[in-house]
Write a protein that binds this ligand. Structure first.
Ligand code: UDX
Length: 454
């Protein structure tokens, strides 16, 4: 356990994350890292999220969680209690959610300014471009947290360079990105690019060794300062191993681990689609068929709320835990599961946190992106890093089965893929250790804020 120091006690970092698990969790990890380096940290979110995150606070950190009221509003079109994207009953409401964050939170954020110690720096999420004006009023540098890779940030910028954005009629329209096999939906792309361009610098949850050439290209083409300080979930071991990471797991950690303990090394396929994504019933049925037909062990996190006809076979519902399968309803202790030696493959939607967690634990991936920049992350995993195999829904019948076999297979290609994943995991661990590239970039970030605070 790292002992907090008090060297940076005069620095006050204010965090304002987007309300989605995949954004709040890594920002909380960064907040904890800065707190361990002795800085004062305030983490602002809404009451529901503050309550959800409180158990994830590392014991020895001194982060102040501040809850801004998020009143329900008939005018936003959101049902009551939707304080996170994953609570939305349908993804069509994402746009309304974006609008509500601004309409409902901007005034209280402004008001908060008079009640906080003066910030040395405000770190807001790239998904909250409207915080630009509020941060300016705080009179402190505004840094952006980009919840994805530098590779993805560059791909998104390229959309504008290629004139793709100009051709997109609606914000949620799906469009073709040169070089990607799927049609992509990226909400609010233009504003997201502008949020980064107008900031004082961008923080990436990534590490130099993973995507050095893309980071150099980003620096060259944007002229922005960037800090790559990840994978941040590796930095505080106490926090990443807790079952309370972001949400109480629906199943006790020890149950998952006990089940894994009974399985052979690298024999289990772990399946999870993150905090927001859900497969539709035919996709669920196909994946169930493929997992069953593979003859391999699997642990599958299935979201509730899909209704009775959610595509999951009846026997999986009646008997969720057998010698070969474990169906977890809701939320699993993902980092602990991926870290277990029995896990040999990871079916993932390619949310950036999941990708990093797969890399850190050296587990090769079967990629099944669902929306947003997940398609771009898939390209990085499969074509650039070569540690994954696409499900590729255009494959004929049994599309998922082939990909599962390729990843779990112990043959030459499978072995090389696994070896590359293991090596990247090693590099990730070295990056966050003392003297590693991410460790040093965090020091540089603190120095930057120290020099630029008013
Ligand atoms: C969102 C976007 O969907 C994604 O495109 C973007 O890259 C990040 O923000 P999300 O879909 O939630 O993220 O996926 P992901 O980035 O993988 O984050 C999910 C986090 O929740 C991970 O840290 C994962 O470990 C954790 N998790 C998820 C659990 O601990 N248990 C679960 O059962 C599911």
């Amino acid at each position: 356990m790292e002992v907090p120091n008090h060297e940076n006690a005069d620095l006050h970092f204010v965090f304002f994350p987007f309300m989605a698990q995949g954004h709040m969790l890594p920002m909380l990890d960064i907040a904890a890292l800065l707190s361990l380096r002795g800085a004062t940290v305030t983490f602002i979110t809404t009451p529901f999220n503050a309550a959800r995150l409180r158990p994830s606070l590392p014991v020895h950190s001194s982060i102040s969680l501040v809850a801004l009221p998020f009143p329900s509003s008939a005018s936003t079109g959101l049902p009551d209690g939707c304080e996170t994207v994953d609570a939305l009953p349908s993804r069509n409401l994402v746009r309304a959610f974006f609008a509500a964050t601004k309409a409902l939170l901007a005034p209280s954020l402004r008001h908060l300014r008079d009640h906080l110690p003066p910030p040395s720096c405000v770190i807001t999420d790239v998904f909250l471009p409207w915080t630009r004006e509020v941060a300016r009023e705080f009179g402190a540098p505004r840094l952006i947290f980009s919840g994805s890779s530098c590779f993805a940030a560059l791909c998104v910028r390229n959309l504008r360079a290629h004139g793709v954005l100009a051709r997109v009629a609606s914000e949620s329209e799906r469009f073709v990105v040169p070089g990607l096999p799927h049609r992509v939906e990226l909400t609010k792309v233009q504003e997201i690019i502008d949020a980064a361009v107008t900031s004082d610098g961008v923080i990436f949850n990534s590490f130099e060794e993973l995507e050095r050439e893309y980071m150099n290209l980003y620096r060259e083409t944007t002229g922005k300062r960037i800090w790559a300080i990840g994978p941040v979930s590796l930095s505080d071991k106490d926090m990443s191993n807790t079952i309370n990471r972001g949400r109480k797991a629906s199943i006790e950690e020890h149950q998952c681990i006990e089940w894994l303990e009974q399985r052979e090394p690298k024999s289990v396929i772990y399946v999870s689609f993150g905090s927001i994504g859900r497969l539709n019933p035919p996709q669920t049925a196909e994946l169930a068929r493929a997992l069953d037909a593979s003859g391999r062990n699997f642990m599958w996190v299935v979201k509730s709320g899909g209704g009775d006809d959610d595509g999951l076979p009846e026997e999986f519902k009646v008997e969720p835990v057998t010698a070969r399968r474990m169906i977890v309803r809701g939320w699993a202790p993902q980092v602990a599961v991926l870290s277990h030696g029995a896990v040999g493959g990871f079916v993932t939607h390619c949310g950036w946190n999941s990708v990093l967690e797969g890399l850190c634990t050296g587990v090769p991936m079967v990629t099944w992106p669902l929306f947003a920049e997940q398609f771009v992350n898939e390209k990085a995993v499969v074509d650039v890093l070569r540690v994954g195999v696409r499900v590729g829904v255009e494959r004929a019948n049994g599309w998922a089965g082939e990909a599962l076999e390729e990843v779990m297979d112990g043959g030459t290609e499978g072995g090389l893929r696994r070896e590359r994943a293991r090596e990247l995991g090693e590099r990730a661990r070295r990056a966050v250790e003392g003297g590693g590239t991410s460790f040093v970039d965090l020091t540089r970030l603190i120095e930057f804020v120290s020099e630029h605070k008013s």
